[in-house]
Design a protein around this ligand. Structure first.
Ligand code: NAP
Length: 446
């Protein structure tokens, strides 16, 4: 991979890149099937990704006709890598064996190791014989929606496809590596004004937030909507707040420290609630929720923006869902894509039906939505929320930061890129967008 890295850094022409031989193995971050029981009996916070995520060489898989080999310059940590690394809610090897049973090409994924990572920026090295839109040398970012386009169910909204998967979570050969194989319909142009690591951190969370808030498949937010955003300086929330502000909505961000409050205010989110300072106890004990605490939270929102939220951007799950359903406006929508604090959800259904609220589920984004979200990054209208960068060897430490909620925004990971700041192809656009905006999370984070 060294020769490939050098060629990319030297700006080698496409034909030279295409002519470089591929190695037989590559450096990757993976969990091992024989270690899937290593944390049994431990509570979640004590399960340590630094113990389960290994960095070592794995074999280069064969390329299917609809795929490309990508030289990965940078990647990012997503919460799904945390889930894989702590083997919760279940080990991801079951996903790989199911994919392995589907086809000859699927069988490649069923390995005793799982290469993780669902974001990447890089350069196309080879394109399979059925690939039409991409060629060696193309600088790309990768979105994680992995669908078989020969399946008819994938042809309305591809997130409804029967065989829809998340690359690097429900498939092998993910982005936390020096090389990856991706389907051609996962590729999007790399935003020219961003470095490799700034470009790599967006696709998963940015596309998810776009679908949840902007798309007609999500809440289809309109101007003036009040939007309550949980985890507003986190991976999803950091993009959600930008979409609300861009779309003429009124964000109410919830975070858990004074420094995160300051960060959000600096980004233009005026209404912010510090949940740690307020010390809400939505759950009186493990089994009982406390409506008076929901009420106190609702009052705090009203005191900031004068009304209840039209939309609640939900992902913490069990700890917050009761409160989210309660505080939403009459006729409002709770849009949810996750359950970090537990997936067995409880809410008071009377508050839902009597006030004609609705709960909408959302999961990643189809290619069109991911492309639109990437276009907004490329135009400089949505900013990357990169707050820290780690080398690939320290992916375990980076995942631990996310697992322990010690981070803000996104954590980037350098793969083939030897240092930060490389890969910016359009410095004029960068200047027009503004260095201060592009690097806000890096500069203002705690
Ligand atoms: P993240 O970067 O860790 O941010 C999540 C934020 O949620 C944290 O910063 C934290 O903010 C807040 N939070 C955590 N636990 C909470 C609790 N008990 N109560 C209230 N707030 C809490 O993670 P992310 O990338 O935004 O992902 C969030 C979740 O969505 C994860 O479970 C992930 O797997 C899932 N996800 C799903 C999809 C999909 O397509 N379905 C896509 C992306 C992510 P404060 O501490 O500052 O409040």
């Amino acid at each position: 991979m060294d020769a490939i890295r050098e060629a990319i850094l030297a700006g080698a022409p496409a034909e030279d890149l295409a002519a470089l031989p591929l190695p037989e193995s590559y450096r990757a971050v993976f969990v091992r099937k024989d270690e899937a029981g290593m944390f049994e009996g431990l509570p979640s916070p004590e399960k340590d990704p630094r113990k389960s995520l290994h960095v070592d060489e794995v074999a280069v898989p064969e390329l299917a006709p609809d795929e490309c080999y990508i030289a990965v310059m940078a990647s990012a940590i997503n919460f799904n890598t945390v889930w894989t690394s702590i083997f919760e809610p279940l080990p991801t090897f079951g996903f790989l064996s199911r994919l392995g049973r589907e086809s000859v090409w699927g069988a490649r994924h069923d390995q005793p190791y799982h290469v993780v990572g669902s974001d990447a920026s890089g350069v196309v090295l080879r394109a399979g014989s059925a690939v039409r839109m991409w060629k060696p040398g193309d600088r790309v970012v990768v979105h994680c929606n992995y669908v078989d386009d020969q399946d008819p169910t994938s042809h309305d909204d591809s997130m409804l496809a029967a065989n829809q998967r998340i690359w690097g979570f429900e498939t092998n050969f993910g982005g936390l590596a020096d090389l990856s194989i991706v389907k051609a319909n996962q590729l999007m142009p790399k935003p020219e004004h961003l470095s490799w690591e700034e470009a790599a951190c967006n696709a998963l969370c940015n596309s998810t937030s776009y679908r949840m808030l902007v798309s007609r498949n999500g809440a289809a937010m309109k101007q003036g909507d009040v939007v309550l955003v949980w985890g507003a300086s986190g991976g999803l929330g950091g993009y959600a707040v930008q979409y609300v502000l861009n779309g003429g909505g009124i964000p109410v961000g919830v975070v858990s420290s004074a420094s995160k409050v300051k960060l959000l205010e600096a980004l233009g989110c005026e209404a912010v609630i510090d949940r740690a300072e307020k010390a809400y106890r939505f759950w009186a004990d493990e089994h009982t929720q406390d409506e008076s605490e929901w009420r106190r939270f609702g009052k705090d929102i009203r005191s900031l923006v004068g009304e209840d939220p039209d939309i609640v951007f939900e992902h913490p799950g069990r700890q917050t869902m009761g409160a989210s359903v309660f505080v939403a406006k009459r006729g409002g929508m709770i849009v949810t894509c996750a359950a970090t604090s537990g997936y067995m959800i409880e809410y008071d259904n009377r508050h839902l039906w009597m006030k004609l609220k609705s709960i909408k589920s959302s999961h990643f984004a189809n290619y069109r939505e991911a492309w639109e979200a990437n276009r907004l990054i490329s135009l400089g209208k949505i900013q990357p929320i990169l707050s820290a960068v780690y080398p690939l060897e320290q992916a375990g430490e980076a995942a631990t930061q996310v697992h322990q909620n010690l981070h803000e925004g996104k954590i980037g990971v350098l793969c083939l890129a030897p240092r930060e700041g490389l890969g910016i192809d359009n410095p004029e656009l960068r200047e027009r967008v503004g260095e201060d905006k592009i690097t806000a999370f890096r500069r203002l984070g705690a």
